[in-house]
Design a protein. Sequence first.
Lengths: 347, 585
Amino acid sequence: MNAHAVRAGAKALAGMAAITIALAGGAHAQTGGNLPAKVAELASSAKQEGEVTFYASCPEPIAAAVAKGFEEQFGIHANMLRLVTTELQIRYARELQAGAQSADAIIVSHGDGFAEKLIKDGLMVDPQNAGIPALDAYPTKLFKQGAAIIGAEALGFAYNTDLVQEKDVPKDWPDLADPKWKGKLLVVDPVTSVGNTLPLLMIQEKYGDAAIQGIAANVYRLTPGIVPNFEALAAGEGSIGITSLASLAKPMAAKGAPVAHVTLSFAPLLQHSLGLTAKSPHPKAQALFAWYMMVGEGQKILNDPERWSRASPVTGENMPKEGVEMDNSLLPKADALYKLFGTSKKK
Amino acid sequence: MTIEAARSLQDNDAMHGLPRRRTKPCATALDRISLGVALVLALLAVYPLGLLVTELFWVDGHFSFDAIVNTATMPGLVVIVVDTVIMVIACSLLALAIAAAFAWLNERTDARFGFLTDTLPLLPFMVPPVAGAIGWVLLLSPRAGYVNGIVRALAEPFGISLREGPFDIFSWGGLIFVMALYQVPYAFLMIVSGLRSLDPSLEEQSRISGAGLFETLRRVTLRALGPSIAGAVLLMAWQGFALFSVPAIIGSPAGIEVLAVRIVRLLTFSYPPQVDVALGLSMIVAALVSVTWIVQRKVIDAGRNSAFGGKAHNIRIIRLGAWKWPMRGLMLLYIFAAAIMPLCALIIVSLNGFWSLSIKWGRLSLDAFRTNVFEHPITALSLWNSIVIGAVTATVGILAAALISQYLLRHRSGLARGVDGALKLPAVVSHVVIGVAFVIAFAGPPFHLGGTALILGMVYLVLYLPQALAATDAAVGQVGVELSEASRLAGASDMQTFRRINLPLILGSLVAGWSLMFTRVAGDLTASALLSGTGNPVVGFRILEIYTNGSFAALAALTLVLVAITFAIIAVLFAWQRHLMAWSR
């Protein structure tokens, strides 16, 4: 072994050691034992404020776990209020416009530019300008539309395990257009929300009109929401439910319901982003909560792949191969989609 | 002055051929208090909506008619309006027929079955509509509905093999049937309280004069009950146009879209909500309900000329003879089908953990109750808040409604009619719109009521006062003004007259109205979604949360606990009311 090789080896070892130490230190800091100095300082002053309040549209057990984790790590009470995205946005925006700020932060589905509109009015603040410390590990590309993307979940379909054998489970979206599924699909009615419209439009965009027309032709019934869709699927009203979230399918399957979730390679991504209130009632606790959700323990809790099968856009963990962000530019095609799915037709 | 004394003075006049005394109403202390209460409540209704309407029509310093244009040009508007009207008329007629038959059998015949037929018809009303609709989906879904499953299993031995059906809840018939079930309690309560206030001597005189049972029913009872029936129709129309959950869960999958569903979707499809078109559609609902309202006022006005005042005393129960048990059977069958079956479906799902026809009886558990009700950190507090806010709001609301109805009966000025209209306006506006308006008006400065129990109480009062007013309008309309005028002529003060004459006579309707308000407030979902917060959680908010991202088992568990509490409170109240009325006879 020559001297050059030894030096190169030593450099590599030193580099690896440095990376290991940095990663270990970082990981340690984020488990709460040894916070970055600025975060520790922030935590100390946040404690004086006593509490933080956040609104969230992710499932209640996840939001509750996030709140509990924050309380355990920082000793600061976290109030949580959960509703679906649009209702939360209406409520939050109207409170801000009325000067009745009750939430310090809001976590909702990303994609409609909700925060941008309120930042323009001085009612929200962009997280990248909010003075949140120690965000080195947060990818700046995730600051979008005045919010910070902090979590994701891939949308797929679910099937009734009593009615569909594993070998017959569709491998890709166009497989659902096969006439053998005629009268067997339960689809969440796209007219109920933009979140139920966009995935179908994205499938249409990716696989063409024939695929979505075939899927529409196989529909047995449109359901008024994702929960009724899952329940009807478990009961055997249909064999396949579109669309599905693993975070909802898993708890049902754990109770013995014959449902299983499938994430396909092309997966519309339901992303969650964090928005921050300007003139927050608890500014220090708000900044600390934002740090916690973006790079701290909250990030791990929110996107825990084991508990909720979610994915982290921040670390890239569990992200689907072909995860695609919701594309609001497709919405002008929505009316044609509704017609196709017969939502305006009588039986 | 007592009711009997007032009645004898009134009868004395009639015996001596004197015209009925009707003094020109002059403003008394009670009138001033009633008007004050009415004005405050009208302001509470109009001010927030006024702010919202101004925001919509006054854009960038000038009037904008975009809201009207966007509403008028909405695709499919005519179909939605026609479908809505068909649904409301059909379910109201069905409900009225069921309720009238039920009320008459219960109050005038020996087919009454005590507690069973007194209170159980109200049970569907106590189930929040979202859970009630799900209960029927669980029973009558074509493939996995419990009733369909049982019918198919029974048909199998006879060689009849069905893959699905025979019933399909997702149809016009299913929608009208479930909507009617939610209308029956309104009509039942109104007609029962009308029958209890009705002096039965007229019916007896009719029969003594040779009129048969049905002729008496048609020519005396139904005519005298005009104000109650009109009030019931008005309430059912409001309810029919406003109810969102049942048409959303049962109608939409059948391709039937109605105004209430479209309004809520305009508000919740995406951000920002299309409040302008939602309000425009609400105005169409207002126009449709106004027709019912005008008819109701005319019936009440007409009822004044035939008002005979007084409450039921010495009622002679009609013996049905051989018809008694068949009638009882029909009543019990209705109660079983309308009230017990959907609750049973909810109980099974709550114990099973999910909806399934293949129930593993050995694996049933109370997990859904434990995790979502008993051990959930805020459910107990939510339930308590809902019951307390419901009781306080219903008490304030029904007393205010009694005063206001009394005032409106005696005064027909433009101001009185304007106040009446303002108070009833919220009945035709989507609750989501009113919730938004309350956030704008009261959550921030200068009131700072956001997140308080007070703002919830205020919005519930505004939302459900029209229902209380329909109940009290009918009651005071039926009692008329003659007894109170007789009391005044005899020297009783206005306050004494109200306390000792009017109040006892309309007590039955007050209890009915209180029950309507309490039940609706305790289970309110939509306004609660916008105004209930971390500091003032209510159970409706939890139900909505579970419906959008939980499970049917969790929803069923919470609903069943709420129904049990509500039912217990109302059953006690009804027992007390019967006791009180029996005692006063």
